[in-house]
Design a binder for this molecule. Structure first.
Ligand SMILES: Cc1cc2nc3c(=O)[nH]c(=O)nc-3n(C[C@H](O)[C@H](O)[C@H](O)COP(=O)(O)OP(=O)(O)OC[C@H]3O[C@@H](n4cnc5c(N)ncnc54)[C@H](O)[C@@H]3O)c2cc1C
Length: 438
């Protein structure tokens, strides 16, 4: 039987990075966690990103190993032992455990707590907007409150009349078909505000307004009728999310949870904005909206990066650089119609499907089992310090460390671990970078 274990608490050597200047490129989960870690370790940090990363369009939960039936960390350990090129194997299990711990700490600190199942380290079982079940390890507390591991039934699933992004009958119908008793309820949004094509983030901001949410709450109250829990689309407030959820739980007399819906993701926006404000309070520099154009290199080291802003390239200098620019989906790796793949800032070698051109990039079916070669075989090869490697397996630059979706060795679309990889490799990249300076 798999060993039961809770994610440990890890200590950060608060002086490890003292005096060092770290530039983090990218504001996805990987870049944000790297910046938080480097700040907590005492470094002076500048975060530069073209825009926010994928967390603002993804559900907001953290997949570490979705397929694990029992202890998630034990499953990852077994998998890593068999796949030495996988980023989990390279970063090591300690980095994953510490990264999850750091994420929980910072999320708590910024008032956007994430939760996992108490005690046993197993995956959550969370309903999706189609009424299917997903199994991430952690999720924002409001989403994690929908965990169906020990089902308290029946569920009441609430949606909004005429809103295109969430259908309570679909959710409840598909949950019921899996033996989870759920009934749908559709209520109206206050008429003078809101429309069918509101985005989830628009609606989340409207729930920050107490008159708006009271109008919704009043319609749900008489319909609770013995429901053990009430689920809403994940739009319960933006700036006042915790307050909205508390108010709904008090008003409905039972736990309230959120179900992620279509992008953009209020949960991801809350986390991103909360970390951005935290970094600024710690006197880190945060430049969102500025692309890093290229890295300047001398004698095997990066001396600085050039950043496109105000119509020209501005140089920024540091001792250490964390490259967390995402993969093909966020600009970290570029491609063209001839089938070339390249990393645009440093020109690091990119592994990809072996054939010339694009012929083998995709299988015939969009949802092909095993995914597509272009997603599973593309990325930067790194060593255990997260340094990008050349064709001979040697680090290209001494002081540049890569993390996240950008890396080779896994399929971020099908493996159910992309968020865990983003966090673990960011943690390892910063640890290695600071240790190299010490
Ligand atoms: C809709 C959706 C659903 C998902 N669901 C899941 C899921 O259920 N489970 C799972 O494991 N994974 C899921 N993922 C994938 C997962 O979210 C990502 O793999 C992970 O968040 C990637 O994080 P990252 O920090 O490595 O990169 P990204 O989030 O891609 O961030 C890259 C950052 O780099 C910046 N950048 C790029 N180029 C430059 C440049 N030249 N200069 C400056 N900045 C630059 C970008 O602006 C961005 O801030 C999902 C993704 C999406 C889009």
């Amino acid at each position: 039987m798999a060993e039961k274990r809770k994610v440990n608490r890890c200590t950060i050597a608060a002086t490890q990075g003292r005096g060092s200047d770290v530039i983090v490129i990218g504001a996805g989960l990987s870049g944000l966690l790297a910046a938080v870690y480097a700040v907590k370790a005492g470094a002076r940090v500048r975060l530069i990103a073209t825009g926010w990363g994928q967390q603002i369009v993804s559900p907001g939960w953290i997949s570490v190993c979705d397929r694990a039936d029992d202890d998630v960390i034990a499953e990852v350990r077994g998998y890593a032992a068999l796949h030495p090129e996988h980023p989990y194997a390279l970063a090591g299990l300690d980095a994953l455990v510490c990264a999850l711990d750091l994420l929980q700490d910072i999320a708590e600190e910024i008032g956007e707590p994430v939760a996992m199942r108490p005690r046993d380290g197993h995956n959550l079982r969370l309903p999706t907007m189609l009424g299917a079940l997903q199994t991430p390890l952690l999720a924002p507390a409001g989403i994690a409150a929908g965990d169906l591991t020990e089902v308290e039934e029946p569920l009441l699933i609430v949606g909004f009349a005429g809103w295109r992004d969430f259908y309570p009958a679909l959710v409840a119908g598909n949950l019921s078909a899996q033996g989870i008793a759920a009934r749908p309820l559709t209520v109206s949004l206050p008429a003078e505000r809101g429309s069918w094509d509101d985005w989830p983030a628009d609606l989340a901001r409207r729930f920050d307004d107490s008159a708006f949410r009271s109008a919704v709450l009043r319609q749900v109250q008489p319909q609770v009728k013995g429901a053990a829990r009430v689920g809403f689309p994940a739009v319960l407030g933006m700036a006042r999310h915790a307050e909205v959820r508390r108010e709904f739980e008090a008003g409905l007399g039972c736990p309230v949870f959120e179900i992620p819906t279509l992008p953009p993701s209020p949960a991801g926006a809350r986390l991103s904005n909360g970390i951005r404000r935290w970094l600024l309070r710690q006197r880190a520099r945060v430049q969102i909206g500025h692309a890093v154009l290229r890295g300047n290199v001398e004698n095997g080291r990066c001396t600085g990066v050039e950043v496109g802003a105000l119509g020209h390239a501005n140089p920024f200098y540091a001792d250490t650089f964390i490259l967390a620019t995402g993969g093909l989906y966020n600009g970290g790796i570029q491609s063209d119609e001839a089938g070339r793949l390249w990393e645009p800032i440093f020109g690091f070698p990119v592994s990809g499907p072996p054939s010339e051109g694009r012929a083998d990039w995709y299988q015939g079916r969009l949802l092909a089992e095993g995914g597509h070669a272009i997603h599973g075989q593309t990325g930067l090869r790194v060593n255990a310090q997260m340094q990008p490697l050349d064709g001979d397996g040697a680090p290209v630059l001494e002081n540049v460390f890569a993390a996240g979706h950008l890396l080779a060795g896994f399929n971020p679309l099908t493996d159910g671990c992309a968020e865990g990889v983003a966090l673990a490799t960011a943690y390892k990249a910063v640890s290695a970078a600071l240790a190299a300076r010490a």
